[in-house]
Structures are given as structure tokens and as C-alpha cells.
Write a protein that binds this ligand. Structure first.
Ligand SMILES: Cc1cc2nc3c(=O)[nH]c(=O)nc-3n(C[C@H](O)[C@H](O)[C@H](O)COP(=O)(O)OP(=O)(O)OC[C@H]3O[C@@H](n4cnc5c(N)ncnc54)[C@H](O)[C@@H]3O)c2cc1C
Length: 472
């Protein structure tokens, strides 16, 4: 089946899901609270599992034009001793794809450009999402009357959603440019901008607006509003939400001219100190992306001053000190790292599904957050198209929760162990890393990378109830 879908959030998870649904014939619209692109100054490692997802999205060729294929992945101790190495060639033999580095903004732009026909409404902050029962729908249609099921719909001062496409071309012209959308007319009488095409339970989202919130309905709502998802909190009020991982992430990109003399090797190389890990990987155009995970209280994060970090890392192996020193402060970010320490009881509530960090924010220790969001997108679109919304979302939940939860837990544990927050913990980590057999590293890589998109529907390990199954 196909129908109408609203995607909330235009990050990698939201855009990829919009693309996957659009490709299956769904009418999709995206609501994004931000009025400008925030994909600033950072890179992503894209692993074989995500390359398979990109291929399913029809974006692999475009991605290969943006990403840089890396020779591998390695970890070194502060002394420079290498303790782990995974070769891209071995990954390709085993998983059919290698490891890539890409600038986050490039991947974001690639996804945006692939769905130019999908309306993207910027400056639209969603403040509520609910299953739309008949009583709530009636209340909303009576525009602002009280009563009904107690959701936001009951208090809408008006119901309008006439949105123009101006802002969409703006973001597509330049993902870094500030975006404006003055298109909210406040006059349309039909609040069903996204008109459902099928029967059964629909979802309703409430969008904030200076003139008062308004409502939109669709057959399917995809919540892709990131690690600090307010909508997750509304759907699962007992869930404790995101937790601070205990370290901040510095991120920076060094200009190609400054990086050239450093001859950075084409690997993702992470070096471990005490309370600090620094990773380096070159991008396609000669620029170099680096990150540093820096143990710090959340209330006292370091200022984004690469010179200060370079001074702290002066004795680290090459090319780290020189790279940090060559980074412009304007292309340096410091952000606390948050993740979901506890899995959600479900990724689904009625016709509403969570994807990406909203569903399963993992720490960056295994470089899988965006990769898993891409996986979510292709599984979700296949499932709801093959089985219809309720059964398809059950299949999506069954397929995605065990894998993402396992990876989230592994990543969190690795982060705590690898961060070596005290010198004693760092010494123990180094000894353990030296003793870890290659076979164990291979098993670990397998748990991340051994994934391909569903081929015939999404049936592996799950069957729709026969009477409810929709025709293909
Ligand atoms: C330091 C660091 C390094 C990382 N490195 C890697 C890596 O190498 N490889 C990898 O695969 N992953 C990596 N990740 C993880 C990856 O960045 C995330 O998992 C991924 O970006 C999540 O995408 P998302 O679309 O789910 O969420 P987001 O990118 O957070 O997007 C959410 C979107 O929703 C919007 N939004 C929020 N609330 C609302 C609302 N109420 N209404 C409308 N819109 C809303 C936001 O403005 C935003 O645009 C890293 C993460 C960190 C922190």
C-alpha cells in the first residue's frame, strides 16, 4: 500500500526515510523546525551496512562521488603502538562494501537533492503527535472548540497549513545559507494539507506557529527529531530520555591547503589517551576531519579553541598536534555527547514510527548512528509498503529494535572502556587492547557491518497476519 506520510525532522534519518517512502510511491512532506542547515564542520564514517542502505535508496553512485573510500580503520595507543586494524579490502570481501569518510553536509545535501519533489517545510516545529481517533479529528475540524481526547488538537486557535515551496529551493540552493519561510498564510480553511488516502487510524501532528498551532494529518507519521526528541518523550513519557555519555565531542575540519603537508593516510585512525581519544580521517577533497572525545563534566565543557586542544595534545603521535594546530577556530565544534542508555519499549505507536536518533541514539564510539538511521529508512519504507501501516510498523519494530539496541549497548560500553577516564583505567584498556585477538575484533565488526536491506519485503523473522496482509 501507499498513502500520505509526514516526516518530522530533516536530519539524515528524516531525509532518508522521506526518500525511501517517496520511492515507494508515498506522498511525503517533511517538517523541520530549523530555518537553516546545521550540518556544520564535521565528518561521518560510513560503513558497509550503510552503503547497502544507500544502494537501496538508489544513492550509492552519487555517494561514491562525495565520499572518500578509506583503506581501513585502526586504533593506536598514545605511544603510537597500533592495537587494531580492519582493512577496507577485507570488509569488501566479506560484506560487499568498504568504509568511507564523508562530510556530514555533503551527505545531507545529497539526500536533499534526491527528493527535490518532496515538500520540505522549514521553520516548522512540531509540538505534538498523536493517533487521530474520530473524536479528536472532529474536534480539530471544529477549529478550536474544547473537549475531545485531550491532545493538542482540542485547543487549536485555527487550522491552516498552506505552505509554499520557496524555502525548499533555498535549502537546496545552499545547504549552509540561512533559510526563511514566510509562507504560513493563516487563512486556509482546510487543515488537511496532507490528505490521507486510506482508511483506518491516522496520525495527527501539531505544528507550532506564532499565530497559534495548527494540525496536519497523514496515514503515517515518522518521528525523526534526533537524540533530544521531544516527541519521543511525549509518546513514551516513562522513558528516561537521553543521558550524557561523560565526554564532549570536539570536531574540526582542516582546510586542504593546511592538511596537504601532513600527508594524512587514508584510514580512520583513532588514538587513545587518558580521558581523551582523537580520531582522524581524510575527506575526498583533501580536507581532513578530526574528532576528539574529551572526558569532562557536562556543566564544564571546554571552549571550542583548537589551539588549546593542540597544546593539550602536543605529545600525541603525528599528525595529531599539527592537525589540531592547523584548524581554524570557526570550523571547530564542541558538543556534549548524549545517547539513549535505555532502549524504548517500541519504535511504534499506532501509525507513528520513530527512526534514527529519536529511536535509538547511540554514542559515536562505533560510528553507526547515521548508518543505522539509513538502515531504518529502507526497512520502514519496505515494511509499510508491503504490509500496510499497522502490520508494516510491527514488522519495522520487530526488525529494528533488537539490532539497534544491541549496537547502542555495545557502543555505550565501548565508550566507557575506551575513554580511559583515569590513568589507571587507560592502562588497563591498553593492556586489554594488546591482548584482544583479531578474531574478537572480527566478530565485533561482524555485529555491526553484517547487514543488508530486506530483499523480498521485510519478512525475515516476521510474518504479517495473513488476513491483514496487503497486496504488493
Ligand atoms: C561526535 C559524533 C560523531 C559521530 N560520528 C558518526 C559517524 O562517523 N558515523 C555515523 O554513522 N554516525 C555518527 N554519529 C551519529 C550521527 O551523527 C547521528 O546518529 C545522526 O546524525 C542522527 O540523525 P537523525 O536524523 O536521527 O537526527 P538529527 O541529525 O539530530 O536530525 C533531527 C532533525 O530534527 C529536527 N527537529 C528536532 N525537533 C524537531 C521538532 N520538534 N519539529 C521539527 N523538527 C525537529 C532537528 O532540527 C534536526 O534537523 C556521530 C555523532 C556524534 C555526536
Amino acid at each position: 500500500m501507499t498513502g500520505t506520510a509526514i516526516v518530522i525532522g530533516a536530519g539524515i534519518g528524516g531525509l532518508a526515510t522521506a526518500k525511501a517512502l517517496r520511492d515507494k510511491g508515498w506522498h511525503v512532506e517533511i517538517l523541520e523546525r530549523s530555518t537553516h542547515s546545521t550540518a556544520l564542520g564535521s565528518g561521518l564514517s560510513i560503513a558497509p551496512n550503510a552503503v547497502h542502505a544507500l544502494r537501496r535508496l538508489g544513492l550509492d553512485s552519487a555517494f561514491f562521488g562525495k565520499g572518500r573510500r578509506l583503506d581501513g580503520l585502526e586504533a593506536r595507543l598514545h605511544s603510537g603502538t597500533r592495537v587494531m586494524r580492519v582493512d577496507s579490502a577485507a570488509l569488501t570481501t566479506k560484506y560487499g562494501e568498504g568504509l568511507y569518510a564523508v562530510e556530514r553536509a555533503e551527505l545531507h545535501r545529497l539526500l536533499l537533492e534526491s527528493i527535490e519533489d518532496v515538500p520540505l517545510h522549514l521553520g516548522r516545529r512540531v509540538i505534538g503527535v498523536a493517533t487521530d481517533g474520530p473524536r479528536a479529528a472532529a474536534t480539530a475540524d471544529r477549529r478550536g472548540q474544547q473537549g475531545g481526547q485531550g491532545d493538542h488538537m482540542n485547543e487549536l486557535p485555527h487550522a491552516s497549513a498552506a505552505l509554499s515551496q520557496d524555502s525548499i529551493s533555498a535549502i537546496r540552493d545552499d545547504a549552509h545559507a540561512p533559510l526563511h519561510d514566510n509562507s504560513h498564510s493563516g487563512t486556509a480553511s482546510d487543515n488537511r494539507h496532507v490528505t490521507p488516502t486510506s482508511g483506518g487510524t491516522r496520525a495527527v501532528v501539531t505544528v507550532d506557529h506564532p499565530d497559534g498551532p495548527y494540525a496536519l494529518r497523514a496515514d503515517l507519521v515518522v518521528v525523526a527529531d534526533g537524540v533530544h526528541s521531544r516527541l519521543r518523550q511525549a509518546l513514551f513519557p516513562d522513558h528516561p530520555g537521553a543521558r550524557y555519555a561523560g565526554y564532549a565531542a570536539w570536531r574540526g575540519i582542516v582546510a586542504a591547503s593546511a592538511a596537504a603537508p601532513l600527508a594524512v593516510r587514508p584510514v580512520l585512525a583513532e588514538t587513545w589517551g587518558s580521558g581523551m581519544r582523537v580520531g582522524v580521517m581524510p575527506l575526498r577533497d583533501g580536507r581532513v576531519y578530526w574528532y576528539a572525545f574529551d572526558t569532562a563534566p557536562e556543566s564544564d565543557l571546554p571552549a571550542p579553541d583548537p589551539e588549546a586542544l593542540a597544546a593539550r595534545c602536543a605529545s600525541w603521535p603525528d599528525p595529531i598536534p599539527a592537525l589540531l594546530a592547523a584548524t581554524a577556530p570557526a570550523s571547530t565544534l564542541v558538543r556534549p555527547v548524549h545517547y539513549l542508555a535505555h532502549g524504548l519499549p517500541s519504535f511504534v505507536r499506532g501509525p507513528i514510527a520513530l527512526v534514527g536518533d529519536a529511536a535509538h541514539a547511540v554514542t559515536p564510539d562505533v560510528g553507526q548512528g547515521a548508518c543505522l538511521a539509513l538502515e531504518d529508512a529502507v526497512v520502514l519504507a519496505a515494511a509499510v509498503t508491503d504490509y500496510g501501516v499497522p502490520n508494516g510498523l510491527r514488522a519495522y519494530d520487530t526488525q529494528r529494535r533488537p539490532r539497534t539496541e544491541r549496537i547502542a549497548q555495545t557502543s555505550g560500553r565501548m565508550g566507557r572502556a575506551l575513554q580511559g577516564s583515569t590513568p589507571a583505567a587507560a592502562r588497563l584498556r591498553d593492556i586489554a587492547a594488546r591482548l584482544t585477538p583479531d578474531a574478537l575484533n572480527a566478530r565485533f565488526a561482524n555485529s555491526l557491518y553484517d547487514w543488508t536491506p530486506p530483499t523480498a519485503g521485510v519478512t525475515a523473522g516476521w510474518q504479517a497476519e495473513p488476513e491483514a496482509r496487503q497486496p504488493h
